[in-house]
Design a protein around this ligand. Structure first.
Ligand code: TA6
Length: 305
């Protein structure tokens, strides 16, 4: 179903107290899912998860207070869907950063709202708009499952007659209490590409501590990450499937000032850990083939548990 008529969306999919559509900022349709394990908000614009709050926990995702909600511009925060390229387009740098999927309205294909598990499926298919950016036929599906954990699955299917190359990311912005008191475990043994220096770097052999701008693509890893947030006394496990690249990003002071849709001080309260297919981990899909990129989040009390 086309994804901008709130009354029709609620008529077809709403379940009182468990699944409700409303008109959000910028007129963007927002679906709220709620069950015993927590709540989640997602907008059909960009297939973009805006918030995730496990029961009894503070919000898990960061959204900038300066974010815009304007068609054609990306939302700053939550879980942007970077697709069908990560970073600048290799074919034409004038094309949107991180692809076009996060800049379009997706269809609502299914909503299931149970007491302990809620699911939503959104879709994007090629049409004359997408073909202006990317000359391939595709079906893109986002499947979000809110249960004890949060699972976000992005499946690409090549519906065309020739192969295409895909890079992508679930560009998740995590809310943290104080970036200066955060440790990120799981990538200690993994080399990375430093996007700031454009140089390959050896494994750090230590948890990641962020004390300046960090923009890294960790390569050839399927490992979980663990965010230990001392200020909020919680830990967030970030697992993934269908990905051999993990991106870690914090803009720090100077880049924060250069982003109009991001508060100058907001770098203190966020870090991005992204499940990606990027750089050497590009995916080649033949006609009829599919690939699923998934990120699974689980939040626990106690930074050191
Ligand atoms: O994932 C890290 C990154 O590629 C950074 O280089 C920075 O550009 C960030 O994404 C945000 O990109 P955006 O296009 O959302 O402003």
């Amino acid at each position: 179903m086309e994804s901008t008529d709130i009354d029709l969306l609620n008529k077809q999919f709403a379940a009182p107290g468990r699944a409700t559509f409303r008109t959000g900022p910028g007129g963007f349709p927002i679906l709220t899912l709620a069950n015993a394990h927590g709540t989640l908000e997602i907008t059909t614009y960009g297939g973009h998860v805006l918030s995730y709050r496990p029961a009894g926990q503070k919000p898990t995702l960061f959204i900038s207070r300066e974010s815009t909600y304007i068609p054609g511009k990306p939302i700053r925060g939550g879980i942007p869907v970077c697709w069908p390229w990560f970073g600048p387009s290799a074919d034409d740098p004038a094309l949107p950063m991180h692809g076009f999927a996060r800049l379009m309205f997706w269809s609502v294909d299914a909503v299931a709202a149970g007491a302990d598990q809620s699911e939503v499926r959104l879709g994007l298919r090629d049409d004359e708009r997408t073909r202006k950016f990317w000359p391939h036929a595709f079906e893109l599906a986002l499947h979000v499952v809110l249960g004890k954990n949060l699972a976000v699955e992005l499946t690409t299917r090549n519906t065309g007659t020739g192969p295409f190359v895909l890079t992508e990311a679930l560009h998740t912005y995590f809310a943290v209490g104080d970036i200066g008191r955060v440790a990120i475990e799981g990538l200690e043994q993994t080399p990375y590409f430093d996007s700031l220096t454009r140089l390959p770097m050896p494994a750090e052999k230590a948890p990641i501590a962020i004390r300046s701008e960090v923009d890294r693509v960790y390569v050839d890893t399927a490992d979980d990450c663990l965010i230990r947030d001392a200020a909020l006394d919680r830990r967030i496990r970030v697992a993934k499937r269908g990905s051999r690249a993990s991106v870690v990003w914090n803009p720090w002071i100077e880049k924060s000032k250069r982003m109009p849709d991001f508060g100058d001080d907001e770098y203190h309260g966020m870090v991005c850990i992204e499940a990606a297919n990027a750089r050497d981990d590009a995916i080649v899909l033949a006609p009829g083939q599919s690939h699923t990129l998934a990120q699974i989040l689980s939040v626990g009390a106690g930074a050191d548990a």
